[in-house]
Structures are given as C-alpha cells and as structure tokens.
Design a protein around this ligand. Structure first.
Ligand SMILES: Nc1ncnc2c1ncn2[C@@H]1O[C@H](COP(=O)(O)OP(=O)(O)O)[C@@H](O)[C@H]1O
Ligand SMILES: [Mg+2]
Length: 263
C-alpha cells in the first residue's frame, strides 16, 4: 500500500479543501478514490439505559472511539473482511486521522431512488450479508447506503461502528438483518418477507432468524400499538414510520395463513 507522491499531495490538498467533509471522493489518473476521516463515536447515558431496559437491537450502544481509534478499527476490519473473501474496497493509504480506499461504485439506495430495478441486487445483498455472518462477522451498518454496486458486483462499505465485547455476535447479526429490513421499509421497497429471509438463512446457516425477529416484534408490541392509529402515523418521522411498518410486517407473518389472507 504505497501510493505515489502525487496522489499523496492531491489527498493532502483535498483534505484542506473539503475541511467540513468527513468522507469525500478524489480523482487521480482517471480513477476515483474515497477519503474517510476518523471520527469520534460513542453512546450517551440515555442510550445505555434504554438498551439495558429494552435490549432492542437498534439501541445497542456503540463503544467510545477517538478519531484515531476509529481509523484503526475500520481499516483493520476492512482488511479482515478482505482476507475472508468478502467484497470490500481495497485500502490505498492509512494515516492517523484518515484513510483512502478505492471506489466501489454507487450505493444501492441511490439506485433505488433513481427507480432502477434493483430487486435482484436486494436479494443478492441479503445473501452476501448472510455469507458475512456465516464467517462469524457482523457489519454494524447494514443499510442500503452502505452496500454499493460496481460493474454488477456488490460491495460492503462503512465498518466504523464498534460495539462492546459484552454484546454477543448473535445479537449484532440479528441487528444487521433488522437494520437491513428496516431500510427496505424506509424506502417503501415491497419485498417477499419469507423469500428474502430464506435467502438469508441458506447463506448464513442461521435457522433461528425468523424466530428472533418475531421475538423483537413481540417485545415491541406496545410500540406497534402506539404507532398504529392513522392520526399518529401522520405525525411520525420517516424512521419511526418505517419501524412501525416493519413491526407490522413481522407480526403479520406470525398469523396463521388463513387469517393473513383475511379468512
Ligand atoms: N469506497 C467507496 N466507494 C464508493 N462510495 C463510497 C466509498 N466510501 C464511501 N463512499 C460514499 O460515501 C458515503 C459515506 O461513506 P461511509 O463510509 O458510509 O461513511 P458514513 O459513516 O458517513 O456513512 C457512502 O454512503 C458512499 O456514498
Ligand atoms: Mg455509511
């Protein structure tokens, strides 16, 4: 990983020009790269408290990291993913406060917003997430904006999220799947719940995922009820509305087939 001096100086001036941006692209010899600065991360007391009370995967508190630590953590994770054969961007340069990686294309959510037909990619993405989980890893931010496509190949990006070693891998993997589904709800992506999860199950080998998602939806039944009335729905922000929709989808799957069909 030894970029030439021209690339180095290009990056240094770009860091100055894009002072306010944490992640930005640069072009060098007609090739695109991304510079990502390290950033502080962590969770506040309220998040820790909410997590202790509810144990809801989306509330899993992130570990505190300094800027430097977040660069080390993310680049080490990218290297590990690469060694496991998971499609991630190649690293070009690692410095104390930032790192540079190759461009791996366009995030799926941008393609979705452009109304591209990305049905096949969504199903491939959940399989890739399953394959990542089979290798005893988790993503930490498994949303469509962190899955990209380049030349019809899918890649995972954005591995900075770090969780306490007290949080089990199993829970972090359920969190990944839940976040992925939540993101589909948020983008109003209509999908076949069972078909999608079967793809995940065969890739990951985790036969318990549907049961685990149901457990979440049962434990959040009260949230689902509070968010049900039309009047309330009109007041909700996009994220909460997506959560309400996803909880409904999961609990709908629990109903016997006859009832589901309205019989
Ligand atoms: N290697 C890359 N290839 C293509 N796009 C990238 C790459 N790295 C970052 N991006 C773009 O920058 C955005 C932010 O980068 P990301 O690592 O996801 O940071 P954040 O933590 O801010 O979400 C991504 O959603 C994507 O659009
Ligand atoms: Mg991201």
């Amino acid at each position: 990983m030894s970029p030439d001096n021209d690339l180095n100086s290009l990056i240094n001036s770009a860091l100055d020009i894009f002072k306010d941006r944490e992640v930005f692209p640069v072009e060098y010899k007609k090739k695109k790269y991304w510079v990502k600065r390290g950033r502080r991360s962590g969770s506040n007391l309220l998040q820790h408290f909410a997590w202790k009370m509810l144990h809801f995967p989306l509330l899993t508190p992130a570990e505190n990291q300094s800027e430097e630590e977040s660069v080390i953590y993310e680049t080490e994770k990218i290297k590990r993913m690469q060694s496991l054969g998971i499609a991630v961007p190649s690293l070009v340069l690692i410095e104390k406060r930032f790192f540079v990686m190759e461009d791996v294309g366009t995030p799926l959510y941008i393609l979705l917003k452009k109304n591209s037909n990305i049905f096949p990619q969504i199903y491939t993405a959940i399989e890739l997430l399953g394959a990542l989980h089979r290798k005893k890893e988790y993503h930490g931010g498994a949303q469509l904006r962190n899955i990209t496509m380049k030349d019809s190949e899918l890649f995972f990006i954005d591995f900075e999220e770090k969780f306490s070693s007290e949080v089990s891998l199993e829970l972090l993997q359920i969190r990944d799947v839940f976040m992925f589904l939540l993101c589909l709800s948020k983008h109003n992506f209509e999908y076949d719940y069972h078909f999608l999860l079967e793809k995940y199950i065969s890739a990951s080998g985790n036969n318990d995922i549907k049961k685990e998602l149901e457990k979440i939806s049962i434990s959040l039944k009260f949230v689902e009820k509070i968010l049900k009335p039309e009047l309330i729905r009109n007041l909700l922000d996009k994220d909460t509305l997506a959560l309400a929709k996803l909880l409904e989808t999961i609990s709908y799957q629990r109903l016997p087939t006859k009832k589901r069909a309205g019989g």
